[in-house]
Design a protein around this ligand. Structure first.
Ligand code: PLP
Length: 400
């Protein structure tokens, strides 16, 4: 019989329940999936020509083991792409990963020891929370507003830690664009201030930017990586949100000496060379800019629908209108319990995520009057229907 004493400490606290499969297509059309970070099925590009070419013209390359760092041509293309966005990188600054989540995990492997503190925004990307926890992280939660992470509050928290004789956090994890879950985009001034503060204190920044090119309106603010003068920003990118999440290809952009160490910690034998070839050839083709424009147009339409429908059906809720990304964050009147609303909405066939799940410390003090709605998977018609049904659930709950 299995003896749990055999487990590593990091595995002792993990759930023994197998996760339920989560394929949106298994739900009928009547279930509205506002909880999903899936791409719109209509926007998944036809990569069959690139795949066929990869498996014929490049057969040996794509069916052999790949370089642990990632294929040189894709690293070079990514460095150039980020350089068009203000960075100064070479292929040696890039490590190909299995999505941004592996980038988060590798960053933790590189920087964290059990019990180390890290800075996260309150709220933050909820899938990253268990990854950080698995590495024994303690959370320092910093508030954010419409202009992103509150850098003055961060400075005060760092000062308070130092005054208490506590070690500084090992890194600052932030999502500067179209934050998940709040949709907020950090202003250029805040970005400069954050990079300056992190440099002055010698604390690395982990910039997680999966939605960078899923912008609907407003000017680009500089990448934190583009403002980085000291090599202390580790940038995480991915093709999941712009092209297709099933490809599982992302990247880390960081100093070559850090990339060299990360390669040694990335022990699964390298990301798939077949997928790297397909992505690279697609990204270099003239289909790529057309695809990006189509993605931006379609998600903008969905964003506009969900904002209008929410204003109509949940007029009490404050809605932060995002300039891009996949999500809207609703602030309900203080007495309305977002957890209860999410549970009741689920019963009514509308799936969404309660805001409390995005607070890393999961303290009793976490505000409960928020919900996150994703608009990426649902069509404009489903959005209208789903928000109408959510409005009815909300009115019943608020009237109790
Ligand atoms: C902030 C953030 N980081 C990372 C990811 C995951 O990216 P990937 O699919 O590349 O692992 C997501 C997806 O929802 C996200 O919102």
């Amino acid at each position: 019989m299995w003896n749990d004493n055999c487990l590593a400490r990091r595995a002792e606290h993990l759930s023994t329940q197998l996760p339920a499969p989560h394929f949106p297509s298994e739900f009928g059309d009547e279930i509205i999936l506002f909880d999903s970070g899936f791409a719109a099925p209509q926007l998944l590009p036809d990569l069959s020509g690139f795949a066929a070419d990869a498996l014929t013209t490049h057969r040996e390359e794509v069916l052999q083991y790949a370089s642990g760092r990632g294929q040189p041509y894709l690293r070079e293309w990514l460095a150039n792409w980020m350089n068009e966005d203000g960075c100064a990188l070479t292929a040696d600054h890039i490590l190909i990963t299995n999505g941004a989540k592996q980038g988060i995990d590798l960053t933790c492997r590189l920087l964290l020891d059990d019990g180390d503190a890290i800075v996260v925004t309150a709220p933050t990307y909820f899938t990253a929370i268990p990854i950080f926890r698995n590495h024994g992280a303690e959370f320092v939660e910093i508030a954010q507003d419409d202009a992103g992470l509150d850098v003055a509050a961060l400075e005060a928290a760092l000062d308070a830690r130092a005054a208490a004789g506590r070690a500084p956090p090992k890194f600052i994890y932030n999502i500067p664009e179209f934050h998940n879950p709040t949709g907020a985009t950090m202003s250029a001034a805040r970005r400069e201030a954050l990079v300056a503060l992190a440099e002055a204190r010698g604390i690395p920044i982990v910039e997680d930017s999966p939605y960078r090119h899923v912008r609907f309106n407003g000017p680009d603010a500089p990448l934190l990586k583009a403002l980085d003068r000291s090599g202390s920003v580790l940038h995480l990118g991915t093709f999941s949100k712009l092209v297709a999440p099933g490809l599982r290809i992302g990247w880390v952009a960081a100093e070559p000496a850090l990339i060299a160490r990360m390669v040694q910690l990335k022990s699964e034998g390298g990301s798939s060379p077949l997928i790297q070839r397909i992505i690279h050839d697609f990204a270099r083709s003239d289909q790529f800019p057309t695809h990006i424009a189509r993605v931006q147009r379609a998600y903008r339409e969905r964003r506009d629908h969900i904002v209008a429908a929410t204003a109509r059906e949940l007029p009490d809720a404050l809605i932060a209108v995002p300039e891009g990304g996949y999500y809207v964050w609703l602030t309900l009147p203080e007495h309305v319990d977002g957890d209860l609303l999410a549970a009741r909405a689920h019963d009514a066939g509308v799936h969404l995520i309660a805001g409390s799940r995005f607070f890393a410390a999961q303290s009793a003090a976490a505000p409960r009057n928020h919900i996150r709605l994703s608009f990426s998977y649902t069509t404009p018609e489903q959005i209208d229907d789903g928000v109408r049904r959510l409005g009815a659930v909300y009115r019943a709950l608020a009237g109790e």
